[in-house]
Design a protein around this ligand. Structure first.
Ligand code: DAH
Length: 356
């Protein structure tokens, strides 16, 4: 049987134990001893049922009050401990902001990425769309749909990387041109697209060749497009990329998917034509021709449009594709293509001038 004076002692003992606890663990242990299931107050609470009926109410109130006092004392001691622990942690984790920093070298976008961004910006500003396609491509889209004959030499394994097994007719795309057909088969006309992407050929790895390189493809199909629109577009691109003095020229060429076809040259970024007919000042970059090859282009062959189900009486188009690694070389004067593949951040930083 628990009487009121006993309760006062129990409260005092609990309060003393809480006050004496110097760590959170000690406080928790004191809580178990003075509030827990087998603590004296809990036992007293359970004993109420054994009291004569008329004493139960008074005893219940007294025990309830004692438990309340103990609980309040516990919580207040608990928050004291929490505050102390927080303060100790903040002190331990303090950072001296006046200490000298360790400088981390800054990365840079690869110059090809930056070049792709800049090239695409020129076209997006004219309302063109940026498209992408898979790097492992159906042989049909890479060649047949573009009017390459079955015996065209570039199909041979010596030039093209086939994905095993060969009977699946899957190649690592040799150019970004298959995205032309992919777009024509899925988009309504008119179409104005550029396609940045990786391309693959079974080439040597040396200063002027990479087996994995980059192209920017362009395709426009609309009513009444002609070679004049192609020339105007490429001139605009050259000026936007290399400045107002940049000039381009078209040289007749052959591609199965354009007719007529041309190669596009840009005036030499090193000698600007000064070396032409001037043996005292030869230019190694353009071999004293004043022009360097930038890519291929032409009026889309009606056979390609017809393969995509387009009425060639109404629609015509032009297309172009250029080497982006070469474009970086022109713009920055880089001389060895292997630098593009080796992943040395110093090269990227020098070419891109930091993160852009
Ligand atoms: N696909 C060609 C190549 O890789 C480049 C090319 C030429 C793309 C003419 C075109 C084009 O779109 O019209 O050599």
């Amino acid at each position: 049987m628990t009487s009121t004076p006993d309760l006062a002692v129990l409260v005092k003992e609990a309060l003393r134990a809480f006050a004496a606890a110097t760590t959170m663990e000690e406080l928790k242990a004191a809580k178990v001893a003075h509030v827990g299931e087998n603590s004296p107050v809990a036992l007293a609470n359970r004993g109420i049922a054994d009291l004569p009926k008329e004493d139960r109410k008074t005893a219940g109130q007294a025990i309830g009050q004692a438990r309340g006092e103990i609980a309040i004392a516990y919580r207040s001691r608990e928050s004291e401990h929490e505050a102390q622990e927080l303060e100790a942690r903040l002190l331990a984790e303090r950072v001296d902001v006046t200490l000298p920093v360790t400088r981390r070298p800054q990365g840079a976008l690869h110059p090809v990425t930056t070049m792709f961004n800049d090239l695409c910006d020129v076209f997006v500003a004219m309302g063109w769309e940026v498209m992408e396609g898979p790097e492992a491509e159906a042989e049909w889209l890479n060649f047949d749909a573009l009017n390459f004959t079955p015996d065209h030499p570039s199909r041979f394994m010596s030039d093209t990387l086939f994905v095993d097994p060969p009977e699946h007719h899957l190649v690592m795309r040799t150019h970004t041109s298959p995205v032309q057909m992919r777009t024509l088969l899925t988009h309504d006309l008119p179409v104005y697209i550029v396609v940045p992407g990786k391309t693959y050929r079974a080439d040597e790895y040396d200063a002027t060749h990479l087996p994995v390189f980059h192209q920017l493809e362009g395709l426009a199909v609309d009513k009444g497009l002609s070679m004049a629109d192609l020339k105007g577009t490429l001139d605009h691109l050259a000026k936007a990329m290399f400045g107002d003095q940049a000039r381009t020229r078209l040289r007749p060429h052959y591609f199965p998917f354009t007719e007529p076809s041309a190669e596009i040259d840009i005036d030499c970024f090193v000698c600007h034509g000064q070396s032409v007919g001037n043996p005292d000042q030869p230019c190694r970059t353009c071999k004293s021709e004043g022009w360097i090859e930038w890519g291929g282009c032409g009026v889309v062959n009606p056979k390609v449009l017809q393969a995509a189900g387009i009425d060639v009486e109404i629609y015509s188009g032009f297309a172009f594709g250029m080497g982006v690694d070469r474009t970086v070389m022109f713009r920055h004067g880089a001389s060895d293509l292997r630098d593009f593949a080796e992943g040395d951040v110093r090269f990227s930083r020098q070419m891109a001038g930091g993160v852009r």
